[in-house]
Design a protein. Structure first.
Length: 405
């Protein structure tokens, strides 16, 4: 209980609501009692065996190429995905519904294999009035179709969630406006637009993120239809995407061996995506879901297998990909999944030796021991192709124990 009290105190302190000095002692309970606070999260242990090394260890993004390092098998075990969150609310408001969220896990940069560091995942406030809501803070990319009753997200054991293997998006600071309206019995339309931070690289080496150097945010949008018009079977259909730019300043590029460095002038590089997503209930227990996308310079959106801007060709790397998954709730306790994903950068935009294609086949079983405890096992077959090189293939077996609270 001390840890929960400490975390609650930090949240309130950060919001500027915690009083100082002697007043803090007398008003602490009054301040907390004015908020609704729900603690949630889970403890998760992951253990995985890889027939060949991948990036990065506990996770699996792509398979390393041929070489002394790439052909080694590997076993990993971690509890870093363990998650802790707070849902906050302000009761008693009549015209507006104000809520907040703070969520963390232990995949922070640095730390050792058994000394993981805390990382902020989500941190935002949401203000809702009737069908309109305004969110400000860090949340999932708006082009990801995610929300209560209409999420289209891979159900997978590997914490990478098919990043660089067919699924786009992550979390980033943004301001978002949402319109959510029931337009007919059993049919909703949700429209979202957002201004989001453009997180790029520092290709010119001037110490400034190239996304910030553009001087303006990226735009994101999502139009979603949720309906049960097909015989009572739920359909979620969405069209989404983003657009932004990165500014790479003038810099020097290393030339061919034995030649002088090449002076590269300043240039802006677009980053964009167009995504179609679908979740279709095929019966009371079976659902098909997936997405297809195309875009350019998607490295910080987990597309293009890490190929964003080709410095030597001075162009953004175009890519396309997607994923599909069948999910079967065989019983109240057993969930079965099989899926496929692909991330396919344009070969003409790549240099020899670059990652040219990522294909993932996977199957998983989730067994719910009780409402709080789930056991899971997953088999994955990941093939990473390299331009003008050999394919690298990894077989992974991963098991997890999850305790939710």
């Amino acid at each position: 209980m001390k840890s929960w009290s400490w975390l609650l105190g930090c949240v309130v302190l950060a919001s500027g609501l915690w009083p100082t000095g002697a007043a803090a002692q007398s008003e602490k309970q009054t301040v907390l009692s004015g908020l609704q606070a729900e603690v949630y999260g889970y403890v998760k242990l992951d253990a995985s065996y890889d027939s060949r090394r991948t990036v990065a260890g506990d996770l699996m993004f792509f398979v390393l190429p041929d070489g002394p390092a790439g052909r080694k098998e590997e076993f990993n075990m971690t509890a870093r995905e363990t998650r802790l969150g707070l849902n906050l609310g302000v009761p008693g408001l009549t015209d507006y519904r104000v809520t907040g969220k703070l969520e963390t896990d232990f995949y922070g940069a640095g730390g050792g294999d058994n000394t993981a560091l805390l990382r902020m995942r989500l941190a935002y406030v949401n203000i809702q009035k009737d069908s309109l809501s305004l969110m400000a803070g860090q949340d999932w990319d708006t082009f990801i179709t995610a929300g209560p009753g209409y999420a289209i997200i891979p159900r997978i054991v590997n914490f990478s969630y098919m990043a660089y293997a067919g699924a786009l998006g992550l979390r980033r600071p943004q301001v978002r406006l949402t319109y959510d309206k029931e337009v007919a019995d059993g049919t909703r339309v949700i429209a979202k637009v957002a201004a989001a931070r453009t997180i790029g690289q520092d290709i010119d080496g001037d110490g400034q993120n190239d996304g910030a150097a553009a001087g303006f945010p990226s735009g994101q949008g999502n139009l979603i239809l949720v309906t049960d018009a097909l015989g009572g079977l739920k359909t979620v259909l969405s069209v989404s995407g983003h657009g932004g730019s990165e500014r790479v300043g003038a810099h020097m590029l290393e030339g061919p061996e034995g030649s002088d460095p090449i002076a590269v002038p300043k240039k802006d590089y677009d980053s964009w995506s167009l995504i179609g997503s679908l979740s279709q209930q095929l019966g009371s227990k079976l659902t098909l879901q997936g997405a297809y996308w195309t875009g350019e310079n998607l490295v910080t959106y987990w597309g293009g297998i890490g190929n964003g801007i080709n410095r030597s060709l001075r162009k953004g790397v175009r890519a396309q990909g997607g994923w599909a998954q069948l999910m079967l709730n065989a019983t109240d306790a057993v969930n079965l999944n099989v899926g496929y994903g692909v991330d396919d950068p344009n070969s003409d935009d790549l240099n020899p030796g670059s990652r040219e294609k990522n294909e993932l086949l996977f199957g998983s079983v989730f067994y719910r021991v009780n409402p709080a405890t789930t056991l899971a096992v997953e088999y994955s077959h990941l093939t990473t192709s390299y331009k003008d090189g050999d394919d690298a293939v990894n077989n992974r077996v991963q098991g997890s124990v999850i305790f939710r609270f």
